[in-house]
Design a protein around this ligand. Structure first.
Ligand code: PMP
Length: 406
C-alpha cells in the first residue's frame, strides 16, 4: 500500500477541526465528499486571474477560460476511457444527466407500450425521471429486484427483458446497500437483446476504476461533488451514435448553430446538450478533482476503502441489535444500518454531538427502505481520507450511545 493517508488528509484541511468540541469524524462522503485544496485554489485563481464567459472568443480572459473549460472535457474523456470528447456533456449533476437522457432518449426511442427496466436499489434520481418519461410516452416501468443481501437478481433479466424493453437504468454502486453491481455483465446481457443501459456512477466514480468502453455502457452519469470536486457540476457520458439521434433537452444559447424566427438548426455534440452559460468555474475546478483522482492509484483506493469497510462492519456487528442492510461481498464503502429499539434520528443527532457526521433518513431510496421495512436508517460512508482511527472513534461513540439509549 503506497497511499499516504496522512498526506492525503492535508489536502482536505476542513477535516482537521473540532465540532461541538470534539474532533470531526466525517462519515458522509456518499452524500457529498469534501473538496480537495487544489479544487478550491483553482476556483479562486480563476476568479482572481482570468474569469470570462466561454465559447465567445471575445477577449483574452474569455479565451483562456474557454481553453481550460474544454481541456476538462478531454480530462473527463480520459478519466472514463471514452472514445471521443463529443461524448462528454457537462450538466449540473447526476440528477440532471439522468433527466436529460430520460427526456431525450425517451423522445427519440420510446413509444407507447415500451418498457424501461429500473433496478429496485436505485436512488430516486434514477427512478423518477423514468417515471415521468414513461407517463409522457405511455411506457411502463419494470422493476429488477434485489435479494435480502442486496444482490441484484440479474438472472431475472432473462424474463424481464422483452421485445418492448428499451433501456435498463442501474446503479454501478448503490447509495444505500453499497452493492457493486456487475454492470459489465448486465450491459452484455442487455445488448444481446438490443437494450440500452444507463449506469448511474454517482457512488462509483471516486471509488472504482471506470472504463466506459470496457463496460460498453451506453450512458454513464455522475456528479463532481462526490469525487472531491465542486458542487453544481455533473457529467453525462453517452455513445456518440445515440446522442446524435437524440433531440436537445434544453434550448437557448450555445446549443444552436443558426436561429431565425422560422427555423433553428442545432449545434453539434457536445454543445447540442449544453444550453446557456454553464458552470464555468465549477467545470474548470472539476479538472483539478480529476487530476487529484488520477494522482491516486484507483486500485489502491478501492483496496484501502474496502479495508475500512471490513473493519467497520466487523466492529459494528459486535454491537447487540445491529442490523446492516446490504451484505453483499462485492460492496463499496457504504454501511446503512439500524439498531433494534433505537430511533435512527436520535442516534444520528447524538453521534453528531460527539463529532461524528453521518446521514440519517430514507437516503433518497424509498424502495430500498420499503424492501427492508425500515421507516428510516443511518448511513456511514467512507472516502480515501478516512482512517481506521476514525472508525474506532465512531464505534466507541456508537457503543456509548447504544448503552445509554437501549
Ligand atoms: N444517484 C446516486 C446513486 C446517488 O448517490 C446520488 C446522490 N446521493 C444521486 C444519484 C444524485 O446525485 P446529485 O444529487 O448529485 O444529482
Amino acid at each position: 500500500m503506497t497511499l499516504d493517508i496522512a498526506r492525503i488528509r492535508k489536502d482536505f484541511p476542513i477535516l482537521d477541526q473540532q465540532v461541538y468540541n470534539k474532533p470531526l469524524v466525517y462519515l458522509d462522503s456518499a452524500a457529498s465528499s469534501q473538496k480537495a485544496l487544489s479544487v478550491l485554489k483553482k476556483e479562486e485563481q480563476l476568479h482572481l486571474e482570468y474569469y470570462g464567459n466561454i465559447h465567445r472568443g471575445a477577449h483574452f480572459m474569455a479565451d483562456q477560460a474557454t481553453n481550460d473549460f474544454e481541456a476538462v472535457r478531454d480530462l473527463t474523456k480520459d478519466l472514463l476511457g471514452a472514445n471521443s470528447r463529443e461524448e462528454i456533456i457537462f450538466t449540473k449533476g447526476t440528477t440532471e444527466s439522468i433527466n436529460l437522457v430520460a427526456f431525450s432518449f425517451g423522445e427519440a426511442f420510446v413509444n407507447a407500450g415500451d418498457e424501461i427496466i429500473v433496478s429496485e436499489m436505485e436512488h430516486h434520481a434514477n427512478i423518477v425521471p423514468w417515471q415521468l418519461m414513461a407517463a409522457r410516452k405511455g411506457a411502463k416501468i419494470v422493476v429488477l429486484p434485489f435479494d435480502d443481501h442486496g444482490r441484484l437478481e440479474i438472472e431475472k433479466l432473462d424474463e424481464l427483458m422483452t421485445s418492448k424493453t428499451k433501456l435498463i437504468a442501474v446503479a454501478h454502486v448503490a447509495n444505500t446497500l453499497g452493492t457493486i453491481n456487475p454492470v459489465k455483465q448486465i450491459i452484455a446481457k442487455a445488448h444481446q437483446a438490443g437494450v440500452k443501459v444507463l449506469v448511474d456512477g454517482a457512488q462509483a466514480i471516486s471509488h472504482l476504476k471506470v472504463d466506459v468502453q470496457d463496460l460498453d455502457a451506453d450512458f454513464y452519469v455522475f456528479s463532481a461533488h462526490k469525487m472531491y470536486g465542486p458542487n453544481g457540476v455533473g457529467v453525462l457520458y453517452g455513445k456518440k451514435e445515440l446522442l446524435n439521434q437524440m433531440p436537445p433537452y434544453q434550448s437557448g444559447g450555445e446549443m444552436i448553430s443558426e436561429v431565425t424566427f422560422q427555423k433553428t438548426s442545432f449545434n453539434e455534440l457536445p454543445y447540442k446538450f449544453e444550453a446557456g452559460t454553464p458552470n464555468i468555474t465549477g467545470v474548470i475546478a472539476f479538472g483539478e478533482a480529476i487530476r487529484y483522482l488520477q494522482s491516486l492509484a484507483m486500485d489502491e483506493v478501492a483496496a484501502y476503502e474496502h479495508q475500512l469497510l471490513e473493519y467497520a462492519t466487523q466492529k459494528m456487528n459486535e454491537i447487540p441489535g445491529m442490523l446492516i442492510f446490504g451484505t453483499q461481498k462485492e460492496k463499496s464503502g457504504v454501511i446503512t444500518f439500524n439498531i433494534e429499539g433505537i430511533h435512527p434520528f436520535d442516534l444520528g443527532t447524538m453521534l453528531d454531538k460527539m463529532g461524528i457526521a453521518v446521514r440519517t433518513g430514507r437516503l433518497c431510496a424509498d424502495p430500498v427502505m420499503d424492501h427492508f421495512q425500515q421507516p428510516a436508517t443511518i448511513r456511514v460512508s467512507f472516502a480515501v481520507y478516512n482512517t481506521l482511527e476514525e472508525i474506532d472513534q465512531f464505534i466507541e461513540a456508537l457503543k456509548k450511545l447504544v448503552a445509554m439509549l437501549s
